[in-house]
Every structure is written in structure tokens, then in C-alpha cells.
Design a binder for this molecule. Structure first.
Ligand code: C2E
Ligand code: CA
Ligand code: CA
Length: 779
């Protein structure tokens, strides 16, 4: 939690705060400690002062008592005085008492009889009224000689002496008053203020009135003598003193704490000042310190920024760094170098074909782009090794690789054969596919360039002491005629090379329009793929009825796929079926057809229409491992008997992988499906093969039927094919019947079924039912 508070604060501020607070705490502890010590010392001093004062006070009282006692004894022994007392000569007694009190400076001088009754005093005006008995009777009784008493708010130290003649005839009482002057004297002597308290009342004090008013409560209530100055905010410290010679009078000594408070104030001021100075020094020095750390860190940060933006040059350190940071800085430098090396390595790998060291497809594209962007015209030559796969299979992959590497070597040395200012870039774009870009000024250079290239590449290759001719196919495009778009240009050269392979031309120049057709096909494939995955598909089926010539009824039809693409155009089924075959989409396309057909047959069955339906298959379909299962499961799912499904395959498809396909066809036949040989007559299958084919039907290609009525030759071929089919136990059907004359001829030849525009064009399922209903009623 505490640490989290610091996560958003800079290192500099953290260091400053840390040292400042450490210093603050230290100052606080030291000051408190000092203050504690000072306070306790002061306390001790105070205690000592109090103790000393007590002693002095006691001493002082004792001395006075001595004076009083001597004086009283002298008085009591005075003969004249004794005589006056005995004769009760009040005037004489009074004058003797007055003289005597003057001599010793006593404030009180009284004579009583033995019962304590007042007889005379030195100052009769003042003391005659004193009820001596009440003040002194106890005194007399207990024979206490000296005592401190309070008489009418005056405090006295008194002594009582018996007057003997020789028996006691009275008592002489002599005393000193503690008046203000006496208290001041005592205060000077003790260095403490002194206060007399009687029964919770201050009777006399050396303190001035103002202080006394403020402090009287503390003075009166002072119960114990504990000193705790540390927490005392009072101005005085009071300590009460029991005087032995008095029962009800307390003496309270008061020490002023003013000096202590002043000392404390000064200490506080000094401490705060010192703390501020130290704090200031601490903050500035820790700032300096933290700068020593954060400046290098900022340098390091700048360095990492440089490295991350690809600048791996680590400059020399400008400032004096602490050793650790210096080492860190150097490690960053080492790291930068390592990253640079790795980056170079990665860049090399990202741009190169690892086998040959030539550029890869991506790199040549960017290179061509940058050449075109500075208006350099280029010739792009894509070439491909003829039957490289076979070459690999025959001589082994290592030898195959050696050939590719040798091609790369020859391409690398090609540059020397061109003008030094021309650019020659070579890349391997795919297994046995190379792309060369050469800068040109005009189209007329092309022939020369091809010749140079061919002479470099086509002389024999040496493989483990075998010399091997490696034929190549070239596709050539150029930026002068075929546009400035690098990607398009490369595609055009590549496409031309694959056309060269397909058409077995050693080299082909790109022709305008080829690219568009190629792109159109590519787009179609992509769109078809989506169409097959879509829930509501833009694909649908048409059904073309087949007429049974023997019964005159319609009991079969052929499912033909249709597609209206995104642009709303009808796409030729022959085109997109061929594209589906080339791209491998045919398997899912056929799955789609099988499912639709099974669904349709089931629907028709339920409506009471029984048609067998032909489905067109490709060689890839039947060879696919899932095909038979899918077919069987799908028809079963839709409650359709296999006998209602006819599978149409061309002779060419059967020839594709004859053994496998024949075994599959046998299997399908045992499952109850019918098989038909489509487009019969245009392939090259021998009669011997036909004999062993596990099929039910021959479908004579429409090229023999379309103009049957006009061609004697077609009629001969068709009639003999029908005869042959029948001899092999097959049903024969003719497609492409466009007129009544052909129909009549076929009937005459004994053909079993016919299909063609003359009967009906392919129709949507519901249209077929409408057509069928009217057809049945008119025939
Ligand atoms: P195909 O299997 O030979 O189909 C017969 C073609 O002949 C159909 O062309 C049909 O419309 C056409 N045709 C029928 N009667 C006549 C006629 O009297 N005169 C003329 N001139 N033509 C007639 P379509 O529908 O254009 O199909 C072309 C080809 O596309 C089909 O030839 C077939 O090979 C392929 N195809 C169509 N649908 C599918 C399918 O679902 N799967 C596969 N694999 N191929 C299909
Ligand atoms: Ca067909
Ligand atoms: Ca056909």
C-alpha cells in the first residue's frame, strides 16, 4: 500500500522525500531527548533549591526563636518588671514591655496572668483586644515555648516565658511578625517566594497580588511535592512545607518557571531553525544525489528509445556516471549491438530464400515496387523447371536442391553480362519458380535479355558426374506494355509462365486480356466457394426430362446445376464446373447436388411423381474416400432408394484412375445405384474396356445427335452404337434431340431413351411438374 503510493512518483522526489523525512525524524528524536534531559535536570535543581530553602528557612526561624527566647528570659528576670507584675502596676508593666520590645525589635509583647488573662501589652492600642487566652491557652498548657501563629491575619513567630517571683505569677509573650517586609527579606534569602496558608486561606505572601490571584488555587491545593515539569504549563512550581512549630499554618515555597519556559521556547526556536537549515541542506543535497542517479537514468532511457527506433549507435557517456550505471550503460551498448546483428539476421531471413540466398517473393515485390516508383521500366521473367517433381523423384531431393542452387549461382553471375548501370534482381518465388527483374529502356531489348538468360541457364547441369539438361519454361511481362503495378506485373509474368507449362511453349509473352480472364476465373472460384457455404445458396438445380421411347412415358430426368452470381449473371455450368474441378471445389459441389437431388426425389415421391434422377460426377468425386458413404447416407436420410439415382460419368473420367474407379463403380452397383457412361463416343475407350465396365447405360454424346436427321454418317454411328449397347446388355440413351425427325430415327434404331430440347429444356423442379402434367395429357 505504502509502496504503491510511490509508484507514480519520480525517483528523484522519492529520494528527496526519504532523506527529508529521515532527517525530520532524527531531529524530532534528538530534540525530544534533549528536552527530556533538560527538564529532568531542571527538576533536580528545583528539588535541591527547595530542599536548601527549607533548611535555610528552618535555620532562620530557629535563630529568631533564639533571640526571642533570650529576650523573654531577660524580661522575665527583670526585677522591676517582676515587681510591677506582682503589684499589678499596669503602667510600669506596659512601659517595660515597650522598652523591651523596642530593644529586640519585637512586634508583639504581651503579659498575661497564669490563667492566660491579658494584663498588658507593648502596644495596648493594638493588642489589648486580643483574646490572648484563646490564642495561647493551649500553648501554656503544653508548655510549648515557640510557635508560629496567625493572629487576625497576621503571622507571628512567638515565644512564651513564665514570669517567676519565684513562683510563676504570669506569662510574657514575645513575637516577630512576618509582615511584607519580612517576607521580602526571606524571599531574597531563599530565592523563592513564600506564602503562609491557614486553613485553606492565604494569609500572607511575598508574591505580588496579581500572581497570587492566579496561583492561589495551586498554592492551596498543593497536595504532594511531585515535580513533573515536562507537562507543566503553569508559571510557578509550589511546594508546601510543614512547620513543626505550627499545627494549622503551612508554608508554601514557590519557584518561578519563567526561566524554564523561556529555555524551552529558545530550545524550540533553535531546534526548528536547525531542523529547517538541515532540511534545506538535506533536500538540496538529496536533489543533487538523486540527480546523480536520475540523470544517468534519463540518458539510459534516451538510449533505449534510440535502440528501439533502430539507432544502434551508442554515443560515449557525456557525464560522470556512478560505476554501476556506467556498467549498465555499457551493457546497453552491447545489447544494442546484439540486437542490430540479430535484426540484420532476421531481415536477411525475412527477405531471402534460405536455400538459394536469392530474394524471396515478398522482397522482390517490394524491390519491383520501388523500381517502378522511380519510373524505371523493367522486364519481368518468371521461369519454371520442367517436371521438377519428376526430377526430384528420380535424382533425390538433395540433387534437386543442388540444381536450384546452381540456377541461383548462374542468376547471380548474370549481372556481369549487363551494363553496369542496369538493375538485375533475382528471386526464388516458389519451389521451382524463379522471378528475374531487369531494368530496360525499350521493348526491343527483350529478345536480347531472353537470349542472355537462356544461354546462362540452359547449358547442362552437373550432378554427381551426370550432366543433366534442365528445360525451363519462361513467362515474360514488361512494365512498358503491361502496366506499372508491381503486383499485377508479377502476376502476369507468373501466369504466363504457367500457361507456357500448360501449352508446352518454352517461352511466352504476356498477351493483353489474359490477366483479366485469369482474374475473372479466380474471382469465380472464390465466389463459388462462398456460394457452397451459404445457407440460402445462389446455386440451384434444373431437371431435364428423359423420354422412354418404349413406353412413351417420362420416368427419368437429369439434374443440371445452375448458378446466378453476385452480378446477377448466369455463369456457364461447363465453365464453373471445370473451375471447381481445377480448384478441388468439385467434391463439395457434388455433395451439394446429391443432397438437393435426394431431397427433390423424396418430395416428388411424396407427391406421387416417380422419376429416376441422373447426377453428373467427376473423376475426383468418385475417387474421394468419403464419396460412397456420403451418397449412401444422404439418400437414406431422405428416404430415397438407390435405384432412383443414376450416376453419370464420362469415359474420360473413368479412364482417370481406372482400377480404383471400376472397383468403386462395382461397389455402387451392388448398393443398387445405376451407372451411366456420359458423352459416349467422343472418348477413346476400346470396345474391350466397354465389355468389362460395371454400367447400366450408354449415353450417346449430343454431337452425334444434334444433326442426326441430316447426317448419314451420324445415323450409321448411332445405329451401330445402339446395337452394340444392347448386345452388351446396356440401356442406350441419346441426348441433344432437337427435332421430331431425329426422334423418329432414334425410335427406329431401337434407342431406349431420348433427352433434348425437342422434349424439354432443363426446368426448375416445380416447372418440370407443370410441364409433365400438360405433357402427359397431350400425349
Ligand atoms: P452434360 O452432362 O453433357 O449435360 C447435358 C448438357 O446438354 C446440358 O448442358 C444440357 O442443357 C445440354 N442439352 C440438353 N439437351 C440439349 C439439346 O437438345 N441441344 C443442346 N444444344 N444442348 C442440350 P448444361 O446444362 O449447360 O451442362 C453442361 C455440362 O456441365 C454438363 O454436360 C455437365 O458435364 C456439366 N454439369 C452440369 N451440371 C453438373 C453437375 O451437377 N455436376 C457436374 N459434375 N457436372 C455438371
Ligand atoms: Ca450428363
Ligand atoms: Ca452429355
Amino acid at each position: 500500500m505504502f509502496l504503491h503510493m510511490f509508484t507514480n512518483v519520480s525517483l528523484k522526489a522519492q529520494i528527496t522525500w526519504l532523506s527529508a523525512s529521515l532527517i525530520f525524524i532524527t531531529t524530532l528524536v534528538l530534540t525530544t531527548n534533549y528536552w527530556l534531559k533538560t527538564a529532568s535536570f531542571f527538576e533536580q535543581q528545583l528539588q535541591q533549591q527547595m530542599h536548601f530553602a527549607q533548611n535555610v528557612l528552618k535555620q532562620n526561624l530557629k535563630q529568631k526563636e533564639q533571640v526571642l527566647s533570650t529576650s523573654a528570659s531577660v524580661l522575665a528576670a527583670d526585677f522591676g518588671f517582676k515587681q510591677a507584675v506582682a503589684t499589678q502596676d499596669t503602667n510600669t508593666i506596659q512601659s517595660v514591655l515597650l522598652n523591651h520590645s523596642r530593644r529586640i525589635d519585637a512586634d508583639l509583647m504581651v503579659l498575661t496572668d497564669i490563667n492566660g488573662q491579658f494584663i498588658a501589652s507593648s502596644d495596648s492600642a493594638r493588642y489589648s483586644s486580643i483574646k490572648t487566652k484563646s490564642y495561647f491557652s493551649e500553648f501554656l498548657l503544653n508548655k510549648i515555648q515557640a510557635k508560629i501563629v496567625a493572629i487576625e491575619n497576621n503571622v507571628y513567630q512567638v515565644i512564651v516565658v513564665p514570669v517567676k517571683a519565684p513562683r510563676t505569677i504570669g506569662y510574657a509573650i514575645i513575637g516577630f511578625q512576618f509582615d511584607q517586609q519580612a517576607l521580602i527579606k526571606l524571599k531574597e534569602l531563599l530565592s523563592l517566594d513564600i506564602t503562609f496558608v491557614k486553613q485553606g486561606q492565604v494569609i500572607r505572601s511575598s508574591l505580588d497580588n496579581e500572581t497570587l490571584n492566579r496561583e492561589s488555587i495551586n498554592i492551596i491545593d498543593k497536595k504532594n511535592d511531585d515535580v513533573s515539569l515536562l507537562f507543566s504549563f503553569g508559571l510557578y512550581f509550589h511546594q508546601s512545607l510543614a512547620i513543626v512549630s505550627s499545627d494549622d499554618i503551612k508554608v508554601v515555597l514557590s519557584a518561578s518557571l519563567k526561566t524554564l519556559h523561556n529555555d524551552f521556547k529558545q530550545l524550540m526556536l533553535a531546534t526548528i531553525l536547525a531542523a529547517l537549515i538541515v532540511l534545506f541542506i538535506a533536500i538540496s543535497s538529496s536533489r543533487l544525489m538523486s540527480n546523480r542517479v536520475t540523470n544517468p537514468l534519463q540518458n539510459l532511457m534516451a538510449l533505449t528509445r534510440d535502440i528501439s527506433s533502430g539507432n544502434f549507435n551508442v554515443p560515449k557517456i557525456k557525464h560522470n556516471f556512478p560505476i554501476e550505471l556506467n556498467k549498465l550503460y555499457q551493457s546497453f551498448g552491447v545489447m544494442g549491438k546484439a540486437i542490430e546483428q540479430r535484426e540484420n539476421q532476421i531481415t536477411y531471413q525475412a527477405e531471402r530464400d534460405l536455400l538459394t540466398g536469392l530474394f524471396n517473393r515478398h522482397k522482390i515485390l517490394t524491390e519491383v515496387q520501388s523500381l517502378l516508383s522511380i519510373n524505371t521500366n523493367i522486364a519481368l521473367i518468371n521461369f519454371n523447371v520442367k517436371s521438377f517433381k519428376a526430377l526430384n523423384d528420380t535424382f533425390g531431393i538433395n540433387n534437386g536442391d543442388s540444381i536450384l542452387q546452381e540456377i541461383a549461382n548462374r542468376l547471380n553471375s548474370l549481372k556481369n553480362k549487363f551494363e553496369p548501370e542496369s538493375t538485375v534482381l533475382s528471386s526464388r518465388t516458389h519451389a521451382d519458380d524463379f522471378l528475374v527483374a531487369i531494368s530496360i529502356e525499350s521493348i526491343s531489348q527483350l529478345t536480347g535479355i531472353i537470349e542472355l538468360l537462356r544461354s546462362a541457364l540452359e547449358h547442362p547441369y552437373l550432378l554427381d558426374e551426370i550432366t543433366l539438361k534442365v528445360p525451363l519454361y519462361y513467362g515474360i511481362a514488361n512494365s512498358i506494355e503491361h502496366g506499372q503495378d508491381a503486383e499485377k506485373l508479377i502476376r502476369r509474368a507468373t501466369m504466363t509462365a504457367s500457361n507456357a507449362v500448360k501449352t508446352r511453349h518454352t517461352f511466352l509473352y504476356y498477351q493483353d486480356g489474359e490477366d483479366e480472364a485469369y482474374l475473372y476465373k479466380l474471382n469465380l472460384i472464390e465466389e463459388l466457394k462462398q456460394a457452397l457455404e451459404q445457407e440460402s445458396s445462389p446455386l440451384f438445380l434444373n431437371y431435364q426430362p428423359k423420354l422412354n421411347l418404349k413406353t412413351g412415358s417420362i420416368d427419368k430426368s437429369e439434374a443440371l446445376i445452375r448458378w446466378i452470381n453476385k452480378q446477377g449473371e448466369f455463369v456457364n455450368p461447363e465453365l464453373f464446373v471445370a473451375l471447381a474441378e481445377q480448384s478441388g471445389l468439385i467434391v463439395s459441389l457434388t455433395h451439394w447436388v446429391i443432397n438437393e437431388v435426394a431431397k427433390q426425389i423424396n418430395l416428388w415421391n411424396q407427391l406421387g411423381y416417380r422419376f429416376s434422377v441422373s447426377i453428373n460426377l467427376s473423376a475426383q468425386d468418385i475417387q474421394h474416400q468419403d464419396f460412397v458413404n456420403y451418397l449412401v447416407d444422404t439418400v437414406a436420410k431422405h428416404n430415397v432408394q438407390p435405384a432412383q439415382v443414376i450416376l453419370e460419368l464420362t469415359e474420360r473420367d473413368i479412364a482417370d484412375n481406372e482400377t480404383l474407379i471400376l472397383s468403386k463403380l462395382n461397389h455402387l452397383k451392388t448398393l443398387g445405384f445405376e451407372v451411366s457412361v456420359d458423352d459416349y463416343g467422343i472418348g477413346q475407350s476400346s470396345l474391350a474396356k466397354l465389355k468389362n465396365l460395371p454400367v447400366d447405360e450408354l449415353k450417346i454424346d449430343k454431337c452425334f445427335i444434334l444433326t442426326l436427321d441430316k447426317s448419314q454418317q451420324d445415323q450409321d454411328i448411332v445405329s451401330s452404337t445402339i446395337e452394340l449397347g444392347h448386345k452388351l446388355g446396356l440401356r442406350v440413351i441419346a441426348e441433344g434431340v432437337e427435332n421430331q425427325a431425329s426422334l423418329a430415327l432414334l425410335k427406329q434404331f431401337g434407342c431406349d431413351y431420348i433427352q433434348g430440347y425437342h422434349i424439354s429444356r432443363p426446368l426448375k423442379a416445380d416447372q418440370l411438374i407443370q410441364w409433365y402434367n400438360t405433357y402427359v395429357s397431350t400425349n
